[in-house]
Design a binder for this molecule. Structure first.
Ligand SMILES: [Zn+2]
Ligand SMILES: [Zn+2]
Length: 311
């Protein structure tokens, strides 16, 4: 199969935007931090866009932001297709949750339990806003019978008996994690009525990467980026928004960021690359989103993420 894939890529190459190769650090480069978008989705069950989850890969480890539907299989796909060993399921042991909306957390049981069954050596370290610890405790309780059977049935589980655990560090902002590869800072953002929704900034692997999570325009994200290398930001189509019912317009405007708003915000945040994710299309296309942002005056590099895209 592999030669055919290479041939296909070579055939398609002239059709891709000229900026594409520069946006994708070579997968063999393990020193520069990479952003691997595992899922660009929303609650809409788009077959091509799985649940929201982004991996920052630095120093041979993957740091996940959110755990949307299918997160473990999406990581396994990225590990195979991009040859990124850090995204193999047994290596998934750090996750940073932006907020507790189901589209961002419905994969958390998967992320806690599946890599454990696949011999992850240690527990999943979870970081998130207040409420995350209760969610993790409820997950452990919900799967109590499964955990008991795997521990005390016939499965050889001696080497990682405790790795189903998911110790949680809750935060409302500030530096929340640091190791030899990255420093992670939680950024308070605005998202509907949630008391403490978060974005995250990663510094490490020679890059600064800011991920918005779900957010309406938030000044804190402008300050957190401030010329960062990559800003991964959610977005909705300002044009398609006009066709939404009024009650939903009120919700979206208080919860999310339009293309026009993002153009203004990113103009001040000045990222080296703006990556759109968690796109709400309502019939619009990626080309529409990019056009709307450019027409609103944003002149920086911008790409609309696809699932499994590397930036
Ligand atoms: Zn969402
Ligand atoms: Zn949300």
């Amino acid at each position: 199969m592999r030669p055919r894939i290479v041939l296909l890529a070579a055939t398609l190459a002239p059709l891709l935007p000229a900026t594409t190769p520069a946006q994708q650090p070579p997968s063999t480069d393990t020193t520069t931090a990479r952003v691997v978008v595992l899922g660009t989705g929303t609650p809409n069950a788009d077959p091509d866009r799985w649940g929201p989850a982004v991996a920052v890969v630095a120093g041979g480890r993957a740091y996940l932001v959110d755990a949307g539907a299918g997160v473990v299989r999406r990581a396994a796909t990225a590990a195979r297709d991009h040859e990124i060993a850090a995204l193999a399921p047994e290596g998934l042991d750090r996750v940073f949750i932006t907020h507790l909306h189901s589209d961002h957390t419905v994969g958390l049981p998967d992320l806690i339990l599946s890599p454990w069954v696949l011999d992850r050596p240690g527990p999943l370290l979870v970081f998130g806003p207040p409420g995350t610890a209760a969610m993790a405790a409820h997950i452990e309780e919900a799967w109590r019978e499964d955990i008991h059977m795997r521990l005390f049935g016939l499965e050889p589980r001696d080497a990682n008996a405790d790795a189903y655990r998911a110790p949680v560090t809750e935060t409302t902002g500030g530096v929340v994690y640091e190791d030899e590869n990255v420093r992670v800072t939680a950024i308070p953002v605005l998202h509907g009525s949630w008391p403490h929704p978060l974005g995250y900034r990663f510094d490490g692997g020679g890059r600064s990467i800011v991920i918005s999570g779900d957010a309406r325009p938030s000044e804190t994200l402008v300050e957190a980026c401030d010329g960062c290398d990559v800003l991964v930001h959610e977005v909705y189509s300002a044009e398609a928004f006009q066709r939404r019912p009024p009650e939903w317009q009120a919700y979206h405007a208080g919860s999310h960021t339009s293309t026009v708003e993002l153009a203004e915000l990113a103009g001040r945040a000045r990222p080296g690359l703006l990556v759109l994710y968690h796109q709400l299309y309502w019939g619009a296309t990626d080309e529409d989103l990019l056009r709307e942002i450019r027409e609103a005056g944003y002149g920086g590099r911008v790409v609309s993420a696809v699932d499994l895209g590397v930036y």
